[in-house]
Design a protein around this ligand. Structure first.
Ligand SMILES: [Zn+2]
Length: 199
């Protein structure tokens, strides 16, 4: 039997992150029954963003303008750059509304297993930003995984070699807000204990 538009819609939705076949059917049904309220505004938003989305030439963020709104904002502190692996991590930090510096998207992490080397990431543009501008601190906002930590070590060596005296920091690893100690893994507790802070 030939696949109709409704099957295509469900298949396209099921391919999205976080949605499986069942939730894709639920979303499709919602859109079909709420054509005016949900489906048409979604169509318009998809159409507009598909046409105008850009990768920021400075930081690598995805936005409707290049430079992106963060890089173009004069109220942001251009002396601090937070390095993240991808746009999802950038948006996650931005959601906290506590960070007022700028970003640099690497486009991944170094990984010997996946064959990702320094040339595959946006490391040279980062070194240029750090040396050519008045950057005083680089925050390594990378994940607490083997690849995240080896990327952090590599970047620390490269940026401090490119600009001696530059402050390089990383996010603290520890007990999550609302986290019960007895549910945490030993590595998290050990790291939290080592990086404990005075009150
Ligand atoms: Zn930008």
């Amino acid at each position: 039997m030939k696949e109709g538009p409704l099957d295509q819609l469900i298949r396209a939705l099921a391919g999205l992150p976080g949605l499986g076949p069942r939730s894709a059917q639920r979303v499709a049904l919602h859109l079909l029954t709420q054509r005016e309220k949900s489906m048409k505004p979604l169509m318009a938003a998809l159409e507009q963003t598909a046409q105008s989305v850009r990768t920021c030439g400075i930081c690598g963020n995805l936005d409707l303008s290049d430079p992106c709104r963060i890089c173009a904002d004069p109220r942001r502190d251009s002396a601090v750059i937070c390095v993240v692996s991808g746009v999802a991590a950038l948006w996650a930090v931005e959601r906290t509304a506590t960070y007022r510096g700028q970003y640099h998207v690497l486009g991944g992490l170094l990984s010997a297993l996946d064959g990702i080397g320094p040339g595959d990431l946006r490391i040279e543009p980062l070194l240029r930003r750090v040396t050519e501008n008045d950057v005083k601190e680089v925050i390594l906002g990378l994940s607490a995984t083997v690849d995240g930590q080896s990327t952090a070590h590599y970047l620390t060596d490269r940026v401090t070699a490119a600009k001696p005296g530059l402050k390089v920091t990383r996010l603290a690893h520890g007990v999550p807000v609302g986290g019960e100690l007895d549910y945490l893994d030993d590595g998290t507790i050990a790291t939290a204990l080592r990086s404990r802070a005075a009150l």
